[in-house]
Design a binder for this molecule. Structure first.
Ligand SMILES: NC(=O)c1ccc[n+]([C@@H]2O[C@H](COP(=O)([O-])OP(=O)(O)OC[C@H]3O[C@@H](n4cnc5c(N)ncnc54)[C@H](O)[C@@H]3O)[C@@H](O)[C@H]2O)c1
Length: 268
């Protein structure tokens, strides 16, 4: 089960799982891309089906579980991957920005847990992969909304590991730096009609450029996730910069320093 499976990392995860011989339920809110990609994979012989799902809707995620169980009988891997990445100063955010971002990035993951965890406990095995971000380990100005939600996913995932791992269920948290996807065009799926503010558009423009230049391929991330599931690894890091950047925060903490730039000296 992969959420956010119509494109980007979710589609690459789907393709990696199919290559490993798995059947995949692809959930996404982007109808056209979802039906195009699921039809393409099916015509290549994959056992997949797409389910139009907004992960902000708990009942829809429960429906997804029920549909998957009625078709396949059981679910073994759940990737709570759907996410959005608004940007811009927090002083310019609105309540609806927070509702949208927390809805997809935090509640979307939580509803995956509430819908599927008991199924995994009952069957005595399973693996949950939550897509957080390097932004769950470090903080960046202009990405406060996003960092807030990704820190929440990290905390949720670590607590979940502590509860489920003793019961034989794997939990992994994916924390990539830039990956070449459409994440900085997330407003394409926003349904509340909110317009991009000038400061948000100005923040996103260089990020969109940077992700195309520096983002790693989605297939690299998908391979890493596959190996983490097989190897029962919690931390799924994909970039060399992540660990030293994250460590900087604990250096600040140890030294009793106010937050310093996590990338100072690490990125040219
Ligand atoms: N691309 C990066 O650099 C990067 C880095 C770190 C973490 N991430 C995380 O990776 C995950 C996947 O993002 P991506 O980079 O592939 O971006 P993407 O925009 O290409 O893919 C995100 C997918 O989620 C879907 N989605 C959005 N809102 C949804 C909703 N309410 N319900 C169901 N599906 C919804 C989109 O339609 C899209 O298919 C996200 O959680 C993102 O925060 C991405």
């Amino acid at each position: 089960m992969v959420t956010g499976a119509a494109g980007g990392i979710g589609l690459a995860l789907t393709e990696r799982f199919v290559a490993a011989g798995m059947s995949v339920v692809m959930a996404d809110v982007e109808e056209e891309t979802l039906s195009r990609e699921s039809a393409r994979l099916e015509s290549d012989g994959a056992s997949v089906f797409g389910v139009l799902t907004d992960v902000r809707d708990a009942a829809a995620v429960e429906g997804l579980r029920d549909q998957a169980l009625s078709v396949y009988g059981s679910v073994h891997v759940l990737c709570n991957n759907a996410g959005v990445a608004p940007a811009g100063p927090m002083a310019d955010t609105t309540p609806s920005d927070w509702e949208w971002t927390v809805g997809v990035n935090v509640l979307g993951v939580a509803y995956g847990v509430t819908a599927f965890a008991q199924h995994f406990i009952d069957q005595g095995e399973g693996h949950i992969v939550n897509t957080a971000s390097e932004a769950g380990l470090v903080t960046n100005p202009q990405l406060g909304l996003y960092c807030t939600t990704k820190h929440a996913v990290l905390g949720m995932s670590e607590s979940l590991w502590r509860e489920l791992h003793p019961q034989g269920i794997g939990v992994s948290v994916l924390c990539p730096n830039l990956v070449d996807t459409k994440i900085f065009e997330s407003e394409r799926n926003r349904t509340d009609g909110a317009e991009l503010t000038a400061t948000s558009a100005a923040t996103l423009a260089p990020l969109r450029e940077m992700i195309g230049l520096a983002g790693i391929p989605t297939s690299t991330v998908a391979d890493r996730v596959h190996d983490a599931i097989v190897g029962d690894e919690f931390w799924v890091l994909t970039h060399e910069v992540t660990l030293p950047a994250a460590s900087r925060r604990y250096d600040d903490l140890h030294a009793g320093r106010n937050p310093t730039d996590p990338y100072d000296g690490l990125i040219g």
